[in-house]
Design a protein around this ligand. Structure first.
Ligand SMILES: Cc1cc2nc3c(=O)[nH]c(=O)nc-3n(C[C@H](O)[C@H](O)[C@H](O)COP(=O)(O)O)c2cc1C
Ligand code: FES
Length: 614
């Protein structure tokens, strides 16, 4: 690998790589993200290589990062036609090669089909992708994350070259400020202002830190960016380093992300060899190194002050917010901490200009946001959309509606510390401020869709339980308050709640939110408060009527057999683990509710739908 000693050498190298790539008239892109890997993409890769070799075809099989629609993996895209195939198995490889590589046709049976069964071979026609705006995520699926030249061919490191060749650090900060970029890690703090304060802070050195702790259950946006396009994050960090005058960077990666660590470490090694890291980057005065630090898997370590304590080798506990980490951060020195997605957005802003960025999204929240869309929607996966898109467009458009045509009940935005929003809010434009005003938040982009068969009391308890376990226990309101709220919710779920409990819950929630030391405690009550705002009737049903409207809370439900529908097939009786179901074959069966443990096995198995849950 050559060391690139100037911006001119980078541009010459880029032209050579593009020229080389032009010679590949077709490329098989295979998603090797963690989701597709779990669905067997490694075997598909082996088979493609074998089949291509058998035909003496020198067609590259490019292993890319996550393409978003993980639920339908392994995903294969034939470029440049952009023919996209889902759920590809090794047995499909020969047919794909014959049809789409040797020929220029399409294997219809592997395509996404519309509601009329018509195959949609072009990636851009598939509803999941059609309404997205993939900027940060745009290169996942195009580049091999282990190959720096792939990133360079797509314009990689041109933003760094731009700032190094013609922009003063102050101008870079001004550009980011004008773009209105707000941090994607949760709080939505203006990135440019953070950079400016850090640049102006006093200290013999300063740090650029990337927060890749991503503790929200169900969220995998940061992991997928690091695994699929690590150089974009590194380029963002380099630009930040130039802007604030730093030589030292760290990335703090969650312990459970070994693949992200591998791709990022490889990116660091390759960038180092090219002279894009280390001393005198591209022959300029900029020198910068990045160390990788693996977190221990504690949610609270994502909080900025806890993360820095952990980086120093101390216990990852937060400290009071009035001391700002931009001035007194890591080792008490000025430190700029941003999220993975925030850094990955920076090169796009520099390349396209702040005005371009402000035209995307909404006035208060420009740009796009990556969400992990999970739960009871048909199309689950990672999506990137412009801010301001409505919840309905996300859930019913991109998400393809609710599984099994069930009714929508709520969506939890902002991860475990976010809020539950009801059907009446489906037309809410999604941005930092609108979500906040609705009693929820953007968080880092977790979006969990809940259908009519989910109980909001149970869900609020579930998230609170997660936060109770993850509280570091340093401050009393968070440590004791969350536990106390949990006790009340558990009582309500058991049908032992009292109406006064609702007032106590509300009071406790406000106290915990107002008095906790860090963001974990102050946002923990959100699921409870939002569910009380929008679904108080469900709490009342549990307390007054001793009923769980969704039929979830075990102590409040009963399984019954409707005699007119029972055909006496005996399937339920055979399955019942407690022998609570009796009846002769071909005769009506009954459930002894005292013996029934409410596991639901009978309901699932009954072929004549004679069993109901009430
Ligand atoms: C309990 C808790 C956990 C957090 N976890 C993360 C995380 O995993 N990743 C992240 O980027 N920010 C996380 N944050 C937010 C960070 O403290 C910080 O605001 C953010 O990383 C700053 O980057 P940004 O300005 O680019 O958003 C968390 C905050 C709290 C209170
Ligand atoms: S891992 Fe392949 S689409 Fe997400």
């Amino acid at each position: 690998m050559p060391r690139l000693n100037s911006i001119a050498e980078l541009e010459i190298h880029r032209a050579q790589v593009i020229e080389r790539q032009k010679k590949q008239h077709k490329v098989i892109s295979l998603c090797a993200g963690t989701g597709c890997e779990a669905c067997g993409c490694k075997d598909v890769h082996i088979k493609f290589v074998q089949e291509l070799n058998a035909r003496n075809l020198s067609i590259p099989v490019k292993l890319t990062g996550c393409h978003g629609f993980c639920e339908r993996g392994p995903i294969v895209i034939i470029r440049p036609a952009n023919t996209i195939y889902f759920k590809v198995r090794p047995r499909d490889c020969a047919e794909i090669i014959e049809t789409s590589i040797v020929g220029s046709g399409v294997v219809d049976r592997l395509c996404y089909t519309d509601e009329n069964g018509k195959p949609l071979p072009d990636e851009h026609d598939v509803p999941f992708y059609k309404d997205q705006m993939r900027i940060v995520f745009g290169l996942n699926g195009l580049v091999d994350p282990m190959e720096i030249d792939d990133y360079i061919a797509q314009g990689g490191y041109s933003a760094l070259a731009k700032v190094l060749s013609g922009m003063a650090p102050k101008e870079v900060i001004e550009e980011i400020k004008t773009s209105g970029l707000r941090g994607r890690g949760g709080g939505g703090f203006p990135t440019g202002r953070k950079w400016e304060t850090c640049a102006n802070a006093k200290g013999e050195k300063r740090f650029v830190i990337c927060n890749a702790d991503e503790g929200d259950p169900g969220a995998f946006m940061d992991r997928s960016i690091l695994e699929g396009n690590p150089h974009s994050v590194l380029e963002g960090m380099l630009i930040a380093a130039y802007a604030i005058g730093s030589r030292d960077g760290f990335i703090y990666v969650r312990h459970e992300y070994p693949k992200a660590v591998r791709t990022f470490a490889n990116a660091l090694a390759q960038a180092g060899k090219y002279g894009l890291l280390g001393n005198n980057i591209l022959g300029t005065d900029l020198s910068f190194e990045v160390g990788i630090n693996r977190g221990g898997g504690a949610f609270v370590c994502g909080e900025s002050t806890a993360l820095m304590a952990s980086l120093e080798g101390r216990v990852g506990e937060p400290r009071a917010k009035y001391i700002h980490t931009v001035e007194h951060g890591l080792y008490n020195l000025p430190s700029n901490l941003n999220n993975v997605e925030t850094y990955a957005t920076v090169p796009h802003i520099i390349n396209n200009g702040a005005d371009w960025f402000t035209k995307l999204g909404t006035k208060g929240s420009p740009g796009t946001k990556v969400f992990s869309l999970v739960g009871k929607v048909n199309n689950t996966g990672l999506i990137e959309v412009p801010m301001g898109i409505t919840l309905r467009e996300i859930i019913y458009g991109i998400g393809g509606g609710i599984q099994k045509n069930k009714a929508f009940k709520a969506v939890q935005t902002g991860g475990p510390s976010g809020g539950l929003l009801p059907e009446g809010m489906l037309d809410l434009p999604v941005d930092f401020d609108k979500l906040w005003d609705a009693g929820s938040m953007m968080g880092s982009g977790g979006m969990i869709v809940i259908d009519e068969n989910s109980c909001v009391v149970n869900i609020a308890r579930f998230f609170l339980n997660f936060l109770k376990d993850e509280s570091c226990g340093k401050c009393i309101p968070c440590r004791e308050g969350i536990r106390y709220m949990m006790d009340i919710l558990e009582r309500i779920e058991r049908g032992e709640g009292k109406m006064e409990d609702i007032d106590t819950l509300e009071e406790m929630a406000h106290t915990v939110a107002d008095t906790s030391l860090c963001g974990l405690g102050s946002s923990a009550p959100n699921p409870v408060l939002s569910s009380l705002t929008y679904f108080k009737d469900e709490y009342i049903a549990h307390i007054q009527d001793k009923k769980c409207p969704a039929g979830i809370c075990k102590e409040l439900i009963q399984y019954l057999i409707i005699p007119e529908l029972c055909n006496g097939c005996d399937v339920c009786a055979k399955l019942c683990p407690t022998k609570a179901i009796t009846g002769k074959k071909d005769e009506v069966h009954v459930i002894d509710t005292k013996l029934c443990e409410k596991c639901g096995a009978c309901l699932e198995s009954c072929p004549s739908e004679a069993i109901v849950r009430r």
